[in-house]
Design a protein around this ligand. Structure first.
Ligand SMILES: [Zn+2]
Length: 231
């Protein structure tokens, strides 16, 4: 694994683990600087807007962000490299897209990533799709330095769009870090479910095994290359 400076743009805390948790751990083991940028919190989709100010809901958002820091610490990412967000979950369609793009651009200028990972374009979740759109705008090839932009798949969203299956074209061997990926998901207390729900240890391992088979390794994460330069 080359130690590329890597920026992960994820809609909600836990998407980064499902999408590329094994890769994050591989990158950190190789000594790569990794920053994770979230665009929304991952809680309030389960509540009515009238409840957003409820102290119980506010506490859940804070806990989800604490869990993100715990999960990413298991993958080797320091708290200072985790950028959480307060935008309401599953309501990024109420935010001007340019606001999201400009935030991503700020991190590109500041962090100077060589590689950037973000959501795939056809996820069921609206925030995921907008995260993809905003990243496309933010990574338009005006600024030098980004060598590859890659889309990840997120179980319980990407595969639920059955007519538009995810087609990975690039793979990372995560055989050595799959256990840590599953442990990092478990750090998001309450987000894991029993199999056959996609957010279960069994299904996370099954997908890694399948993607691994596509690449000739025991376990892999698959990515769709959105743009590459001199790869
Ligand atoms: Zn999400």
């Amino acid at each position: 694994m080359q130690p590329h400076r890597t920026l992960i743009v994820a809609a909600h805390p836990d998407d980064e683990v499902l999408g590329c948790g094994g890769t994050i751990a591989m990158l950190r083991e190789a000594g790569a600087p990794v920053r994770v940028l979230f665009l929304a919190e991952g809680v309030t989709a389960r509540y009515d807007p009238s409840q957003f100010g409820d102290p119980k809901v506010i506490a859940q958002i804070a806990q989800r962000n604490i869990n993100a820091i715990k999960a990413l610490a298991l993958l080797g990412v320091a708290k200072a490299d985790v950028v959480t967000a307060q935008r309401p979950c599953c309501r990024l369609d109420e935010v001007p897209l340019i606001e999201l793009s400009k935030e991503i651009e700020r991190h590109i200028r500041d962090f100077k990533p060589q590689r950037l990972f973000c959501h795939a374009p056809d996820d069921v979740n609206v925030d995921h799709r907008l995260c993809h759109q905003a990243t496309l705008a933010a990574t338009r090839p005006l600024e030098r330095g980004i060598q590859a932009v890659l889309a990840f798949e997120v179980l319980s969203s990407t595969e639920w769009n059955t007519l538009k299956p995810f087609r990975p074209t690039a793979f990372v061997d995560i055989t050595a870090t799959l256990d840590r990926k599953v442990a990092a998901m478990a750090a998001y207390e309450g987000e894991m479910r029993a199999a056959p729900h996609p957010r279960s240890g069994e299904v996370i391992r099954a997908l890694a095994t399948y993607r691994g088979a596509q690449a000739g390794v025991a376990a892999a994460e698959g990515f769709a290359l959105m743009r590459g330069l001199d790869l």
